[in-house]
Design a protein around this ligand. Structure first.
Ligand code: NAD
Ligand code: MG
Length: 401
């Protein structure tokens, strides 16, 4: 239904792939999909921030033409790690390197699996360069959704969702007309603290917050799932992907994570996409679309599955979700401020510099204090991001309570 997703629908035999964030959770699962279909992929680019040990192993196996690492020091460490007879590989560094790699002429498909704001610029450049972008990095659309939408409108670039909820909605929308869509219903697992009494949230440890009940993911998104900021970011992501007003994007807590999301239609019908929680399925669909490739991913076991529960989220207990709705409503730089304050606060929590309940407090305070700018350019978004992070670091937050 959506213009963002409709530029071209060719199904090339082999995809020349740039995998941004290859060493992370989505990155390594993408390479598992590539391993299943060696004839369908030519891995041209692999990137990582710090983990050059894992990158070196991936380079040995997938033989890309180019890699990108986070710093000159890491680039030197990477080169030391390669055996003398390793194939030639071009080594680029930092944000500029990511942009160069994502726009190479020998790349057709870019899978954006960098975490956080750092993923925005290379994804935007890839879309501008007319690439097909399979997007896991939701922060890109949270911060720069308007810029990405403009770039898609202006050129031949294409965007396909990797996030499981958005992949589910994309699959439910197949063959439907935009006019017949009533609501998008994003499901949320509720994270590890759905049942936990709010009075005890001050005692939540990093270890408890990193223990997600259904999904195995990187640290930042796992904490976002525990605060439900992840669902807030996904509401904003859905708004940009599917061009649906915010009051028609609902969230339902569904602790089993079997229904990945739903769409309700004008005639009262509701379509849902179901499956075991396994990111390889939406990753593969974003790469195989419009085809479906037969794959041995785990199947739903109907003998095991006894119930599916749905419940409205408790916004008092999980204020991050409301903050995200508010930031989307405010528009302009507000979602960029929300995202940056959240990234900084999650970093502080992971470093045990902040308590669990301080995350929404920090985001709320920074949003209250920073002015919102309408119609931001990329430079404005970078400035808002930098300022919001600085404000979090300056906050006099109590250790936790
Ligand atoms: P992760 O932390 O496991 O991996 C992040 C990757 O990005 C790594 O390869 C890392 O080296 C790289 N990276 C980190 N900081 C960087 C920087 N500043 N510059 C360049 N590269 C950098 O994260 P993940 O869980 O794989 O998530 C990646 C993205 O996908 C996130 O935006 C997340 O919200 C989204 N996502 C993840 C899942 C999941 O199941 N993990 C599901 C849906 C969406
Ligand atoms: Mg998701």
């Amino acid at each position: 239904m959506d213009p963002l997703l409709q530029n071209g629908t060719s199904d090339p035999e082999s995809r020349r792939l740039a995998l941004l964030g290859a060493t992370g959770s989505v990155g390594t699962q993408t390479l598992e999909v590539v391993r299943l279909f060696p004839d369908r992929f030519d891995v041209r680019v692999l990137t990582c921030h710090q983990n050059v040990e894992r990158l070196a192993d991936q380079v040995q196996e997938f033989r890309p033409a180019c890699v990108v690492v986070g710093s000159v020091e890491r680039a030197e460490a990477f080169e030391r790690m390669l055996p003398a007879d390793a194939p030639d590989v071009r080594v680029l560094v930092g944000p500029e390197g990511l942009c160069e790699a994502a726009t190479r002429s020998d790349v057709d498909v870019v899978l954006g699996a960098v975490v956080g704001f750092a993923g925005l610029r290379p994804v935007l450049r890839a879309v501008e360069a007319g690439k097909q972008v399979a997007l896991a990095n939701k922060e890109t659309l949270v911060v720069g959704g308007a810029l990405v939408a403009q770039a898609l409108e202006a050129g031949d670039g294409r965007l396909l969702p990797v996030d499981s909820e958005h992949s589910a909605i994309f699959q439910c929308l197949a063959g439907e007309s935009e006019r017949s869509v009533e609501d998008l219903v994003l499901t949320a697992s509720g994270g590890p603290f759905w049942d936990r009494p709010a009075e005890t949230f001050g005692e939540i440890t990093v270890e408890e917050a990193l223990d997600h009940p259904n999904w195995s993911m990187g640290a930042k998104i796992t904490i976002d799932s525990a605060t439900m900021m992840n669902k807030g970011l996904e509401v904003i992501e859905a708004k940009w992907l599917f061009d649906v007003p915010v009051d028609r994007i609902q969230v339902l807590v569904h602790p089993q994570s079997i229904v990945h999301s739903m769409v309700s239609f004008a005639d009262g019908a509701v379509k849902a996409q179901l499956g075991v929680p396994d990111m390889k399925v939406p990753i593969q669909y974003a790469l195989s679309y419009p085809a479906r490739w037969p794959a041995p991913h785990e199947r739903l076991d109907w003998d095991e599955l006894s119930r599916l529960d749905f419940e409205r989220p408790d916004l008092d207990k999980f204020p991050c979700l409301q903050l995200a709705y508010d930031a989307l409503e405010a528009g302009g730089t507000a979602p960029a401020i929300l995202n940056a304050a959240n990234e900084a606060a999650v970093g502080c929590f992971l470093d045990e510099q902040m308590g669990f309940r301080d995350i929404p407090r920090a985001v709320e305070r920074v949003l209250e204090r920073l002015p919102v700018q309408a119609d931001p350019t990329l430079e404005d978004l970078v400035a808002a991001d930098t300022e919001a992070r600085r404000r979090v670091e300056e906050l006099p937050l109590p250790a936790s309570n």
